[in-house]
Design a protein around this ligand. Sequence first.
Ligand code: PMP
Length: 419
Amino acid sequence: MSKSPVWHPFHQHGLGEDIPLVTRGDGAILHTADGRRVIDAISSWWVTTHGHNHPRIMAAVRDQTKKLDQVIFAGWTHEPAETLARDLVAIMPGGLDHVFYSDSGSTSVEVALKMALGYWHNRGEPRHRILVLEHSYHGDTIGAMSIGERGVFNRAYAPLLFDVGTVPFPAADPQPTLDALESACAAGDVAAFIVEPLLLGAGGMLTYPPRVLAEVRAICAAHDVLFIADEVMTGFGRTGTLLACDQAGVTPDILCLAKGLTGGSMPLAVTMATAPIFDAHYSTDRSKLFYHSSSYTANPVACAAGVANMAIWREEPVMERIGTLAQRLGAVLDRAAQKTQVIRPRQCGTMIAFDIDTGDDAGYLANIGPSLRAHFFANDVLLRPLGNTIYAMPPYCIGQDDIDRVSDVMMSAIDLNAR
Ligand code: PMP
C-alpha cells in the first residue's frame, strides 16, 4: 500500500490557509513559486535584519563552505569562531568578555539559565529561583517555556515546566514592578532575573522605557541577583541602538543574542558572560566545568556569516539606515493612530505596533488574527498579527515604496475591522 504523497511540515502555524512556496529572497522581498513578490514586513520572524540574501553575508558563507563546513568545538577551535568572538567582545558592553556559542535563541537562553544556576552552585551558595517579567517570551524549549508567559504557547506542557517568580509588567506607573522586584530579590534565594529589554516580543510587542530598565538593573545589582538580558529579538539595532540595554546604560551579567547575529542568514546564537560567571565555571583541576555542548556549537559556516555581519556593522551606515527606517515607520504609526479603532500605538526603534479595539479584550486569542493575516497575504505583504496586535518589524534595507505599500495594506486591514 502506498502512502499519500501529501507532506505537511509539522511546525508552520499554517491554520489552513494557502501555504506559499518560497523560492528566493532578496532584501525585503520574498518570491514565491507562483510568481508573487511578497514584502517581508516582519523580517521573517524578526530575524533578517539586513534583509534576505545580503550579498556580503552570502559571499562569506560561500567562501567558508569551500574551507570547513563543521568541526568539533570541544577543545578545538577555528578561525571564524575566534574572529566572531573577538568582534563581539569589541562591540558589546564592557565586561562581557566570554562567548558561548549555540544555535538558536532558545538555546542561548537555556545556556544563560544554566550559567546562572551553575554560578551560584559552584560558589557553594546555591540559589535556584529565577525571576521573570510578566508577558515575557524566551523560546520554546522546556527551560525557555518555563520562564515565559504561561498561556497559549505552553499550556499543554505545564507539568514539565518549573516554577518561577513573576514580576508585573511595568505599566504607566512602574512602581509596582519595582516594588515586586525589590521584595522578591530581598528573599535571598533568587539566582537571576531575566528580561527582554525595552520591548517584549511574542508577548504582544509591549514596550517600557529605558529608565525602568535602569532601575530594574540597579535593584538586581543591589541584591547580588544576576541580570540576564535576552536580546535575541532586540539585539543588533532593532530598538534603535545596537543593544536595547544601551539606551538604559546598563550592562547585563549575561547576554543572549541570536537572530540578527548573522544578519538573520544562518542559525547561530551566543550567550555572553562576565568574568565572574566564567570563573565560577572554570578550574584547572576540572572540578568546575560548564556542562553544555552540542553538535553544531560554533558551526564554522554560521560563524563566518556572523563575521560578515559584524563587518557590515563596522563598515556600512547601519545606524543611519535604522534611523531612517524608524522615522518612516513612525509616519506609518501616525497614520494608523488616526483611526478610531486603533488603540495603544507604540514604537520602539524599527518596530511599530498597535492594537485593534475588538471590544472584548481577547488580546492574543482575538480571532481577528487569522483573518488579518489572510488579508495581508492576499495583498502580498507578510505580517503576522499577534491576536489583535498588528506590528511591523521590517529589514533595515526596506525602501520607501515598500513601506508605503505595507502602510496602505495595514490601513485597509484596520478599515476592514471598523466597529
Ligand atoms: N527570546 C526572544 C526574546 C525571542 O523573541 C525568541 C524568538 N522569537 C527567542 C528567545 C527564541 O529564539 P529561537 O526561536 O531562535 O529559539
